[in-house]
Ligand binder design. Sequence first.
Ligand code: ADP
Ligand code: MG
Length: 223
Amino acid sequence: MGEATGRQYASKWVKTAALLSHPAIAPHIPPTRMYNESNLKSMLAIHGMVVIKPVRGAGGHGVIKVSKQDGRYAVSHYHDRRFYDTFGAMTAALTRMKRKRPYLIQKGIQLATISGRPIDYRVKYVKEGTGWSCRAMVGRLAKEGLFVTNLCRGGTQMPAAEGIRRSLTTAMVKSKKREMRKLTSLSTQVLETRLPGIGQLGFDYGLDKHGKIWIFEVNTRPQ
Ligand SMILES: Nc1ncnc2c1ncn2[C@@H]1O[C@H](COP(=O)(O)OP(=O)(O)O)[C@@H](O)[C@H]1O
Ligand SMILES: [Mg+2]
């Protein structure tokens, strides 16, 4: 199948639900719910930090981080970081930022960092004939001051091995790369049965401070 072909499935909710159906993949998906104020309240109470993102989004556009610290709420959106004293004031601000688009809420993962900047990983997987192969595995380091790592938001690319070594340990390089490849292959099997016609996939993986792997999203027409 050619580079630009393959169907696109935009809904992060549909793709996340598909992956959650597999017992070996589900532990790698951050708890996720549809956005509404009661889900936000309970997820903040449980996780302390959440990321809210458009159900049909790309390029880190409109992705917002909310955390509860010392009874206040901190909201990060692009380069902007603001504090709100009440839940009501915070959600009023979110309502303006969301601009009526459907959003989902995800547990915020404390990513491993390099010089304080979060790093995550993109694995590109391409179908050739009937089999799939891994085309690239790269680290993406967030631009200073941002929590999103997207290259179009100023993120910097580096080899995955370098990213793992500098943000975690040299000892984790081989095992984490292998684990990401295994999760990619298993997730692709699951997605292929649910989303017919896919031909290339871009997996966004986070490695948290303990090295645990999290799947943030799967793109069906990766850049
Ligand atoms: N649950 C999360 N915890 C921490 N950071 C996240 C989380 N979800 C997304 N991010 C950050 O935001 C970026 C964009 O989110 P992503 O789900 O990939 O949406 P997009 O389609 O906009 O790329 C990710 O690459 C990652 O840096
Ligand atoms: Mg992404």
